[in-house]
Design a protein around this ligand. Structure first.
Ligand code: PEP
Ligand code: MG
Length: 560
């Protein structure tokens, strides 16, 4: 069956033999039950609470982002509305198994219909229902197989509970048939540095015992690989292991040009791991991730506690915090109250905050207070800036409330095209390549059907980045990159060639990017950037940069 494509998570490569995860339990039969609804209710509630306790236990054991995901799942398992729904269905003569199945399926469809971030949580409800039904039927808990040897796990879509508990000594790689790059499986795989390819539909044809190469860097699963392919994959695995073991140096090009390598974080829990992997600071702290479940705006005090934790962990280092980027796929109940036909083009980021300025003021106040109490170098930035006037508004407000360094994210083509004027009224820019690509290519970043267009290698995106880089250089203001593009080792070199002065990424990508930068001088990076920008499309740009890179390395111009 050759090459199977999907969305690669990270840069890893693995070789191993496939073990399939069992398919879900069959649907409980839909026939009238003569069982006592009260007794069935007791059975259902008991199983729901056993499953909730087990999910919470796994969360506590896993820690990090997994803990939040599993605790959220545990809460869903005991959600009063779902329990009420189960009880109502029991009263109509359903068995406990059937009532649980139907109630969770109902809420699953509601979430899936919402799309975006919430839509991707629908699989979490399926997972809980399966666990509860297995408990009711006294069947083994569904989950990851344990063949007793290392393996490549192939699953339809792994549940967060399973991803969080993967035994990394046994699971060499993960391949899912469903799921997208922003699903919980992908988020957790990235955090745990698991080699993963998600949404690989044709992986459904793989069988237990098949040898495969999982190549996350290229979003590929190679079935029945040749000896040559296996040897090349093993060489890449060895190279990567050597890079991971290399001493942690600050990010720099071969000629010594410093390129600080920073971490993208969504909670202070990830700070220790980021530092261990050599993060020189934080380039993007996504504050909205702290409050996704909050019904009301968090208090200044509550926020101050969170920000103080983060800044304390990074004492003496730069920490760039983004104010709440609510809206689109990350709605916050207290900021986004009206449904929109095109939420990515609606009241998102600075637009939503400005409409509710009291919340923005409170956040900036909490940040300034945390800064005053700690020794990190705090910088604060606003998301989704599209006009100079928005940049001026945000900078003035941040400074009024005691923030010393205030900047903007460049995520819209508009901000990039007039970056000279935007940068003139703030202290720095950080380019969010995920959104900049989405808006430049007019391709929803969450839609699998247009995923091919969501490629930051596209020369149109690169040209906008070059404009921002040039504006920063002319004004002497820093231009960082904090989108996923910075985590691609070769694109990272191109971005520096386009004028980026720092790169921020998932901590698991730091070692690969550090190693890649160290092979090229600034003149090489500029040449790679020129070659990529002069190309026709994204694939051609990557190929042109690869060719230019190989020429530079062959010529001995760059160090290896
Ligand atoms: C981006 O858009 O590139 C970015 C870093 O912000 P987010 O992914 O949180 O939208
Ligand atoms: Mg963004």
């Amino acid at each position: 069956m050759g090459e199977i494509t999907g969305a690669g998570i990270g840069q890893g490569v693995a070789v191993g033999s496939v073990v399939r995860m069992a398919d879900p339990l069959p649907e409980p039969v839909d026939r009238p039950s003569h069982l006592d609804p009260d007794r069935e209710g007791e059975r259902a509630r008991a199983s729901l609470s056993v499953v909730a306790a087990e999910l919470a236990r796994r969360g506590a054991k896993a820690g990090g982002a997994a803990k939040d995901v599993l605790e959220a799942q545990a809460m869903m398992a005991e959600d009063p509305s779902i329990i009420d729904d189960v009880t109502t269905r029991l009263a109509t003569g359903r068995t406990a198994e059937r009532a649980v199945f139907e109630a969770f399926a109902y809420y699953r469809d509601v979430l899936a219909g919402m799309g975006g971030y919430l839509g991707e949580r629908a699989a979490d409800l399926d997972d809980i229902a399966q666990r509860v039904i297995a408990h009711l039927l006294k069947l083994p808990e569904p989950g990851v197989p344990d063949p007793g040897h290392p393996f490549v796990l192939v699953a339809r879509d792994l549940a967060p509970a399973d991803t969080a508990m993967l035994d990394l000594d046994q699971v060499q790689a993960l391949v899912t048939i469903d799921g997208g790059p922003t699903s919980h499986t992908a988020i957790l795989a990235r955090e745990k540095s698991i080699v993963a390819v998600v949404g690989a539909a044709d992986a459904a044809g793989l069988a237990d015992g098949d040898t495969v190469i999982v190549d996350a860097a290229h979003g590929l699963v190679v079935a029945a690989p040749t000896d040559q392919e296996l040897a090349a994959a093993r060489a890449r695995i060895a190279e990567r292991a050597a890079r991971a073991a290399a001493p942690l140096r600050p990010g720099a090009l071969a000629d010594g040009t410093p390129v600080p390598l920073l971490a993208n974080l969504g909670s202070a829990d990830g700070a220790a791991e980021a530092l261990r992997l050599g993060a020189e600071g934080v380039g993007l702290f996504r504050t909205e991730f702290l409050f996704l479940d909050a019904e009301v705006a968090p208090s200044v005090r509550e926020q101050q506690v969170q920000y103080t934790r983060l800044l304390t962990a990074f004492a003496g280092r730069k920490v760039v915090v983004r104010v709440l980027d609510a809206g689109a796929d990350k709605p916050l109940a207290f900021l986004n109250d009206a449904p929109e036909a095109n939420p990515a083009l609606g009241l998102r980021g600075i637009r939503a905050l400005r409409r509710t300025e009291a919340i923005l003021r409170e956040q900036l106040t909490a940040l300034a207070a945390a800064d005053a109490a700690t020794a990190a170098e705090l910088e604060v930035m606003a998301p989704m800036i599209a006009t100079v006037e928005e940049a001026r508004y945000f900078t003035a407000l941040a400074k009024e409330l005691g923030v010393a360094v205030a900047g903007v994210m460049v995520e819209t083509p508009s901000a990039a095209l007039i970056a000279d004027r935007v940068l003139a009224v703030c202290d720095f820019a950080s380019i969010g390549t995920n959104d900049l690509t989405q808006y430049t290519m007019a391709a929803d970043r969450l839609l699998g059907t247009v995923a091919a267009l969501q490629d930051p290698w596209h020369p149109a995106v690169l040209r906008l980045i070059a404009d921002v880089g040039a504006a920063g250089a002319a004004l002497g203001k820093p231009v960082g990159i904090c989108g996923e593009a910075a985590a691609d080792p070769l694109l990272a070199v191109v971005l520096v060639g386009l004028g980026a002065t720092s790169l921020s990424m998932s901590p698991s990508a730091l070692a690969d990017v550090r190693a890649s930068l160290s092979r090229y001088r600034l003149s090489d990076a500029k040449e790679l950037a020129r070659a990529a920008m002069a190309s026709e499309g994204a694939a051609e740009a990557r190929a042109a940069a690869e060719t230019a890179a190989a020429e530079r390395l062959d010529a001995g111009g760059a160090s290896s």
